[in-house]
Design a protein around this ligand. Structure first.
Ligand code: PEP
Ligand code: MG
Length: 876
């Protein structure tokens, strides 16, 4: 048997051991090291989780032995005994991955209780009600988490008990009621499982640890990982900790608090707690908690100790902390601390404030904001005029800021379904639970009726940057009937409401939303990021409007202007179609002559909007059939409009049909077949640049980009047309104009022969949409239909069209960079596929030495920050 250590007492670890002990375990160890009161325990490592999966989902004997040894150690530390004794040790079992995944995995409390130990606890605490309440909670959690028995079945028994006693609240059930309930729960367990409830604490423990390991791969954890770039191969650790009880009367309690406000960033302790309650009551939002300041009145000494320790923890970790604590009969314990999740506004304020407080450097501050969060700041606020007319129908807690307007849906499935149809949806729930994650992702906003600022809905919405109003108690909801009622009016599925996550206001009907400006802490922070980053950030924009927007968000040029988007506009499509159906070169040239002035105007608009920043214009790319109608009626109309015989037109359309258009007659192949197209586009680009340079006194150096090149000779063929046309125009104008001709690297063959290609190309821009499609050999338009099977079977963890596949596609990019630089050391390198706006892909681009990334306007701030973070992590 190997000798490897898999289980660590809290006193054996520290904060640096996060990968092995998980975030929670490492921090519990660190708090222990710092002498902060932590209920003692041990961590079963992430390595043990990986071994569990390798071992066919079974915990191996050597690990069980180490767990048993640690229990003995814990018995010595606590002076209690795990099993039958007068002083029984009860445990909590919690998951703890390398990064926190709130609510994604499972927790079991009060482990170690059975029919005997419950009596001992009752005697010891002189509080039988508490003992039986703990017991019934444990049976319920174990049955749900470990054995998968539906929670509802237990809730039904509780409701029945309350009904028989004619009381409304759980708290009104006495020790005898709870004792009966525990018995009923055990019977329910036996009926469901076919075996009695396990009385042996060691068996309970191993089963529970197994359940936590198993929960690493539950569907909601897998979705969460995909959304947050967390690899499945990390595994989770399990923390086993001596229980402390917040439900031992009025000098006990439990709470959650942040060292700064997670919604606004205000530098003031923010939190909630409940007297006489267990942790899950706060997080689950079942009872509405009190603000932390009230603890000062209830238990002043605990409050002071709490505040002092909270400050100490923030100073120690140099970040805003999110802490869970429990007070057991006047004694304060910290159950966990971690860097707190926060809204984008809060993240920026905390980062800027902490630099100003000299607690951290700018480089450290840069790492404290999630790039993806910045997108949320660019999301809508209410239109100032429209909101004046809107009617507030209810007010809840401002749980996650922003404005949202959409149609009401009552289940996560419906929210997801309607979102996929293109509707804007608001998810309305009594309270959310981790199963709702996909609906929450789909929603513009989330409204819950129950729960506080640290309820599941609030925490998850803030993490995602989704607007959320929580705990809106004045609304009465019937989730089954899919209706909510407020102020005497009913709202059903599909009705519009609007939410203000910054005030907690709920508005009946739709309120228009607008985009906010970049200012304040956001602006200060982004300036720091720009000062640090080495990668330039450009944007993909095809219109002057998008270009202006991107400049506002900090883009320093256009990395991809897709010229075909201009062709689809109503005033151009007739000429485009005329060009396509032309049967002679002359006819085609006539059609192109009509397009030339429009294209020139487009480029003039874009150059002016970009104020002298570089602009890369990509020549016509899509297969031509995309410009032609497919419906019979439209074809008939077109034949009349163009005065072409219907049958001839149909024959032309049929001749353009391709079995695999994305691999067909598109990209530079169009210019090889019809050089006139490249000629016209060159003319438009060059004439526009000459005009703007002259009239606006700018020095635009147009970058002409030839798409879909796979062979040096085809690039040369098209480039020759471009150069010949451009030189003629420039010479004739008598002006000076520099320009560049480069290519996209989006076909694997181009990457493989990049040294050759670089002989002609002055720049490369990686078109990772096509490069991914062609490297994987699956269509970017169809992969969505089957990728979910790949996630379910853990073949892929993420969509390679969203997040760059660094292993395969990345290898081609690296190779092309190296080969390209060998031929042309000063070759300019960028990326313009969707990955240019994905944080981990931006980091990859930095690491392989690209000069810029280009992404959609709304992702520009995100890319700027991701580029700065990449530089801090890996300076170049
Ligand atoms: C690409 O393929 O990555 C690209 C940017 O071009 P398009 O998406 O227009 O094919
Ligand atoms: Mg492409």
């Amino acid at each position: 048997m190997e000798n490897k250590k898999y289980v660590y007492l809290f006193s054996e670890g520290n904060a640096k051991m996060r990968n092995l002990l998980g975030g929670k375990g490492a921090n519990l160890a660190e708090m222990t090291r710092l002498g902060i009161p932590v209920p003692q325990g041990f961590t079963v490592s992430t390595d043990a989780c990986l071994k569990y999966y390798k071992n066919g989902e079974k915990i191996s004997e050597d690990i069980i032995e180490q767990i048993n040894n640690s229990i003995e150690d814990l018995e010595k530390i606590t002076g209690k005994h795990f099993g039958i004794s007068d002083n029984p040790l009860l445990l909590s079992v919690r998951s703890g991955a390398r990064v926190s995944m709130p609510g994604m995995m499972d927790t079991i409390l009060n482990l170690g209780l059975n029919d005997v130990t419950v009596e001992k606890i009752a005697a010891l605490t002189k509080n039988p009600r508490f003992a039986y309440d703990s017991y019934r909670r444990f049976i319920q959690m174990f049955s749900d988490v470990v054995m998968g028995i539906e929670k509802r079945k237990f809730e039904d028994l509780i409701d029945k008990a309350k009904g028989e006693k004619e009381v409304k609240y759980d708290i009104e059930l006495d020790e005898n009621d709870l004792k009966k309930l525990a018995l009923g729960f055990k019977k329910l367990y036996e009926r469901e499982i076919g075996k009695p409830f396990p009385d042996n604490p060691k068996e309970q423990l191993i089963e529970s640890i197994t359940a936590v390991f198993r929960s690493w791969n539950n569907p909601r954890a897998i979705v969460y990982r995909r959304l947050n770039d967390i690899p499945g191969e990390w595994g989770t650790a399990v923390n086993v900790q001596a229980m402390v009880f917040g439900n031992m009367g009025s000098n006990s309690g439990t709470g959650v608090a942040f060292t700064r406000n997670p919604a606004t960033g205000e530098n003031k302790i923010f939190g909630e707690y409940l007297i006489n309650a267990q942790g899950e009551d706060v997080v689950a939002g079942i009872r509405t908690p009190e603000p932390i300041a009230k603890l000062k009145e209830d238990l002043p000494e605990c409050y002071e100790e709490f505040i002092n320790t909270a400050h100490r923890l923030e100073n120690h970790y140099r970040d805003m902390q999110d802490m869970e604590f429990t007070i057991e009969q006047g004694k304060l314990y910290f159950l966990q601390t971690r860097n707190g999740k926060r809204t984008a506004q809060s993240a920026l304020k905390i980062a800027v404030d902490m630099v100003n407080e000299r607690a951290i450097t700018k480089e450290q501050a840069i790492l404290k904001v999630e790039p993806r969060q910045l997108e949320t700041l660019l999301h809508p606020a209410f239109d100032a005029e429209d909101i004046k007319k809107a009617k507030v129908i209810a007010k809840g807690l401002p749980a996650s800021p922003g404005a949202a307007c959409g149609k009401v849906y009552f289940t996560a499935e419906e929210a997801k379904k309607h979102h996929e149809k293109g509707e804007k949806v608001i998810l309305v729930r009594l309270e959310t639970s981790p199963e709702d994650i996909e609906g929450m992702v789909a929603a513009e906003g989330i409204l819950t009726i129950r729960g506080g600022m640290t309820s599941h809905a609030a925490v998850v919405a803030r993490g995602m940057g989704t607007c959320c109003v929580a705990g809106c108690g004045s609304i009465s909801i019937d989730e089954e009937k899919k209706v909510f009622k407020v102020q005497g009016k009913e709202y059903i599925e599909g009705d519009y409401i609007s939410l203000d996550g910054s005030t907690g206001n709920v508005y009946g009907g739709a309120v228009k939303t607008t985009l906010p400006a970049v200012s304040g802490n956001f602006e200060i922070f982004m300036k720091w990021a720009d000062g640090i980053k080495k990668l330039q950030v450009r944007t993909n924009a095809d219109t002057p409007k998008d270009a202006k927007e991107a400049i506002k968000f900090g883009a320093k040029g256009i990395g991809l202007c897709r010229t075909e988007h201009m062709f689809f506009e109503v005033d151009r499509i007739p000429a485009v179609r005329e060009m396509i159906v032309a049967s002679t070169v002359e006819q085609r040239k006539r059609a192109l002559d009509k397009l030339l002035p429009m294209q020139r105007e487009d480029f003039i608009g874009i150059y002016e909007a970009m104020e002298g920043n570089p602009v890369t214009v990509r020549f016509l790319d899509p297969p031509l059939h995309e410009f032609l109608p497919s419906e019979e009626m439209d074809i008939e109309n077109l034949s009349k409009e163009m005065n072409i015989d219907l049958q001839d037109l149909k024959a032309t359309i049929t001749s353009l049909h391709e079995f695999n258009p994305m691999m067909g007659h598109r990209g530079c192949r169009l210019s090889v077949s019809y050089p006139e197209i490249a000629e016209m586009q060159t003319r438009a680009v060059i004439e526009a640049a000459l005009y703007v340079n002259k009239t606006k006194k700018l020095n635009i150096i147009p970058e002409i980009m030839i798409p879909l090149v796979g062979e040096i000779k085809e690039l040369k063929f098209v480039k020759d047309i471009v150069v010949k046309t451009a030189e003629e125009i420039i010479n004739k104008s008598g002006e000076e104009l520099k320009y560049q001709v480069g290519t996209m690297i989006e076909i694997p063959r181009a990457a493989l022969t990049a040294d050759e290609i670089a002989k002609e190309a002055e720049f490369f821009s990686f078109g990772t949409n096509d490069l991914t499609q062609m490297t994987f050999g699956f269509s970017r338009d169809d992969a969505g239909k089957f990728l979910s099977y790949y996630y379910d079977n853990k073949i892929y963890e993420f969509d390679p069209f969203e997040k760059l596949d660094q292993i395969g596609v990345g290898k081609l990019i690296k190779m092309a960079v190296e080969l390209g630089k060998k031929t042309r050391p000063d070759i300019h390198l960028g990326i313009c596929g969707e990955h240019g706006g994905d944080p981990s892909s931006v980091e990859f681009c930095h690491n392989v030495g690209l000069d810029y990334v280009s992404c959609s306007p709304f992702r520009v701030p995100l890319a700027r920050l991701a580029a700065a973070q990449a530089q801090v992590k890996n300076p170049r």
